[in-house]
Each structure stands twice: as structure tokens, then as C-alpha cells.
Design a protein around this ligand. Structure first.
Ligand code: DAH
Length: 344
């Protein structure tokens, strides 16, 4: 029995040293120390047939062998693990000095123009305000002097949304003018603010119409604010945006929330007013709507029209972007198409 034990030990030591990886090592360990049919236990089961002295010798040796084998397994396990880590370090290396191609994102052309205009107006003392895109019928229309069944509603094709809390409908705001009365109520007068933002119209889309586009609304309210102030601010804005002196003119225009109301044209920068294909031979390009804020709107904003007056304007940010970069189809702007976006 003692011989059998030492033979088994020699064999086990050999197999342990030959184990190529941890999995094989575990299998070897199982083969010798396994509770059920491990070789060592199988031999020890024969102990009971031996006389007490021999039992003691064999038992002692078996224990000693067990300890030795366990030590051998653990030593081999440590070696194998170290080898594993080393080989992984070998294969998974990373050269931190290698130059990387860095593809940085950049601003969308709409954001570029929006931020430029925001800077410009901030320098003129205007606040930048935001407002809700899902708006009450009240702030989008009624407070702006566009009553419920007035034909002026038809000027803006609208997405109406059911409002479970209120018989009044919600609307996807059709213009950023929705912030006018909100701002008057919040800040009172004097007030200078611009409101860039996304607006929505129920449109059949084509090269110049989209259901979603961007505007910038602006207003200045105080005592004795006049059309002269309006023209000065508009000229400053357009000269800043196009980086040169521009000429503007006002034509009468109807918007229910201003009185008088105007369309503001800029002299064509391509032909300096002589007439070309860009200005369709008229020498002037229509830029935005504007006017003096209607007394009813000031009142809706809790201001006294006898004391305060103001101008307001609203421009198509999307249209400005198209003009500045010569983009021929509005649908490119919200397409997410990288072939388009990478050009900016
Ligand atoms: N809200 C108008 C629109 O979306 C644009 C506009 C016109 C805004 C005249 C104004 C204004 O503030 O005075 O068509």
C-alpha cells in the first residue's frame, strides 16, 4: 500500500508539472483529490482492512502526500496564471504614442447662425429667451390679437393637439412670437429680448416649406420706442450678419400683433440693387416681418399702451441659413444627412 501511494504521488507530480493550462490542472487535481473517485481517496478507503500499525503508517504518508500534491498544484497554478497575464500583456498592447485620426463634430449651420445672432443681440442688451414648443392656443394666437374665429388664423397652418385638461386646444407653436406676452408678464418693461427656436406648421413639404423650421423673434419695449429704433436695430443686425453695410426698406405688411406692420426688405447683396436672379430682378430681398406692438398685445402682457410702446420682429432663421450658405432645399437642414452636414 505504501508503494502504491508513492507510485501514485510520482505519477501525480508528473501530471501536475505537465499541465499546460489551468483547466487541465483542475482536471488533474480532481482526478487525484476528487471526493468520490479521486485516486487518493480510493486508496485510503482500503485503510480499514489494514492492522492498526500499518493503518497509522499508511494514513500518515497519505496525509503528507496530499499536502505535497496540494502544494504542487497551487505552485503550478500560480505559474500558469503569471504566464497567462504575461502573454495577455504581450498580445493586448496599446501604443499610446500612435497618432490618432481625430474626427471632431461641429455645429449645425442653424446653430452657427443662431449663435451669431444671439451674440449680436446680447451686445445690444437683449436677453435670450426660450418658450414652450407645445403651446396654449392663448399664447400662440389669442394673446397676439388673433381671436378664435378670425380669418387671420388661416395665415398659419397649425398642428392642433387635444388637451385633456382644458377644452382649449394645445398647438405646436406656429411661431416664436408665442413668447412675447409670456415675457412681458414675466419681466415687465423696459424689455429687450430675442427668442430663437423651433416652430411647426401643417405644410405640404417642398424645397422651401417644411413642417419644422426655426425662427428668431425679437422685441424691444420701453417708453417712446419707435419705428426709427426698429430700423436701426434691424440694420445693425443685418450688417453684423452679412459683415457689410446694408440698405433696408419697409413695405406695409399685415400681422395681427403689430400696428403698423411691415415687411422689411434688404437691398440685394449680390447685385447691389440692380436686379439679378437671386432677388428675382427686383433688387430687394424680403427678410422679415416686423412692426410696432399692437396695444391689445401690450395689454395682454399687463402693460399700459399709453405708457409703453415697442417694436417686434420675426425672422426665419432657417431662411437666413439658406440665404447665407446658398442652400437650395430646406429639407437638407433636418435630414441628418452627413454628406450635407460635413460641408459646414
Ligand atoms: N410671427 C410671424 C410669422 O411667423 C413673424 C412676425 C411678423 C413676427 C411680424 C413679428 C412681427 O414679431 O412683428 O409669420
Amino acid at each position: 500500500m505504501l508503494d502504491k501511494l508513492s507510485q501514485m504521488k510520482d505519477q501525480a507530480i508528473k501530471e501536475i508539472s505537465l499541465a499546460e493550462n489551468i483547466q487541465i490542472l483542475d482536471e488533474v487535481a480532481q482526478k487525484y483529490f476528487g471526493r468520490k473517485d479521486g485516486a487518493l481517496n480510493t486508496i485510503l478507503k482500503g485503510l480499514k482492512d489494514l492492522d492498526p500499525d500499518a493503518r497509522k503508517d499508511v494514513g500518515g504518508l497519505a496525509n503528507q502526500i496530499k499536502l505535497e500534491l496540494e502544494a504542487a498544484v497551487e505552485a503550478t497554478r500560480a505559474t500558469l496564471m503569471k504566464r497567462d497575464v504575461e502573454s495577455r500583456l504581450e498580445s493586448d498592447w496599446l501604443d499610446v504614442t500612435l497618432p490618432v485620426e481625430r474626427r471632431r463634430g461641429h455645429l449645425h449651420p442653424l446653430s452657427i447662425i443662431q449663435y451669431e445672432l444671439e451674440d449680436l443681440f446680447q451686445n445690444l442688451g437683449f436677453k435670450i429667451l426660450n418658450g414652450p414648443e407645445l403651446e396654449s392656443d392663448y399664447y400662440n394666437f389669442e394673446a397676439l390679437n388673433i381671436p378664435k374665429h378670425h380669418p387671420a388664423r388661416d395665415m398659419q397652418d397649425t398642428f392642433y393637439v387635444d388637451n385633456p385638461h382644458n377644452p382649449d386646444k394645445w398647438v405646436m407653436r406656429t411661431h416664436t412670437s408665442n413668447v412675447q406676452v409670456r415675457a412681458m408678464k414675466e419681466f415687465g418693461a423696459p424689455l429687450r429680448a430675442v427668442v430663437p427656436g423651433r416652430v411647426f406648421r401643417y405644410e405640404a413639404t417642398d424645397a422651401s416649406h417644411d413642417t419644422t423650421f426655426y425662427q428668431l423673434e425679437g422685441f424691444m419695449i420701453g417708453e417712446d420706442i419707435s419705428i426709427a429704433n426698429l430700423v436701426a436695430v434691424m440694420k445693425t443686425m443685418l450688417s453684423g450678419l452679412f459683415n457689410r453695410d446694408v440698405k433696408v426698406r419697409l413695405r406695409p405688411g399685415y400681422f395681427p400683433f403689430v400696428e403698423p406692420g411691415f415687411e422689411l426688405d434688404m437691398q440685394c447683396l449680390i447685385c447691389s440693387g440692380k436686379g439679378c436672379s437671386v432677388c428675382k430682378r427686383v433688387g430687394w430681398v424680403e427678410m422679415l416681418g416686423c412692426g410696432l406692438i399692437h396695444p391689445n398685445v401690450l395689454e395682454a402682457g399687463s402693460l399700459d399702451p399709453r405708457k409703453h410702446s415697442g417694436f417686434a420682429f420675426g425672422l426665419g432663421l432657417t431662411r437666413f441659413v439658406m440665404m447665407r450658405y446658398g442652400i437650395e432645399d430646406i429639407r437638407h437642414l433636418n435630414s441628418g444627412d452627413l454628406r450635407f452636414l460635413n460641408q459646414f
